[in-house]
Write a protein of this length. Structure first.
Length: 182
């Protein structure tokens, strides 16, 4: 007797070998953290006295500053440094990073090898950003009020037109005066 139930064949998935970087990312248990101003100032330390400059082949251009943060050297923007210096830093968001970098190979002179590095990416809030956000909120509020006033005026004009007695003939100048008075 023949088997009438077709068997469903599952395609065999090739086993993929994880790279060293992928394994390091998977093993990294650090989480993104938000630190208050006091915590940020406790954990940040300026590293060096002069700014660095990104190379011409870098995706990012301009200057940067270095800080020590939780055992890592992090690069930050001049705006971050300015907020740090003037006491305007309100807090930071620290996101863990895992990356590959080339290091000199101690066993082969003149050669490099790839190693996994652990660091942090720092985002920040400061007084200048907070003030810009407040200005934007105020502008939006004013825009909403202007829009609401225009809607109210339009509704009143529509009510006036509906209430108007069109049995009396009014010329355009009179209609304009009526609309302006509303």
């Amino acid at each position: 007797m023949a088997d009438t139930n077709p068997t469903l064949e599952q395609p065999v998935q090739p086993t993929q070998e994880l790279t060293v970087l992928e394994r390091a990312k998977a093993a990294d248990t650090r989480k993104t953290e938000t630190l208050s101003a006091e915590q940020a100032y406790d954990e940040l330390e300026l590293f060096g006295t002069e700014p660095g400059e990104y190379g011409e082949n870098s995706a990012v251009q301009g200057m940067y500053w270095r800080f020590k943060f939780r055992g890592a050297i992090v690069t930050v923007s001049p705006e971050f440094k300015e907020a740090y210096d003037n006491g305007g830093l309100l807090g930071i968001t620290a996101t863990p990073t895992v990356f590959e970098q080339d290091k000199a190979d101690p066993n082969n002179a003149g050669k490099t090898r790839k190693v996994v590095g652990y660091g942090w990416s720092l985002g920040f809030s400061d007084l200048a950003k907070k003030q810009k956000a407040q200005k934007a909120r105020m502008a939006m509020h004013e825009l909403n009020l202007t829009s609401q006033l225009q809607e109210i005026k339009m509704e009143k004009k529509i009510e006036a037109v509906k209430a108007a007695n069109f049995k009396v003939v009014i010329d355009d100048a009179e209609i304009q005066k009526m609309m302006a008075a509303i």
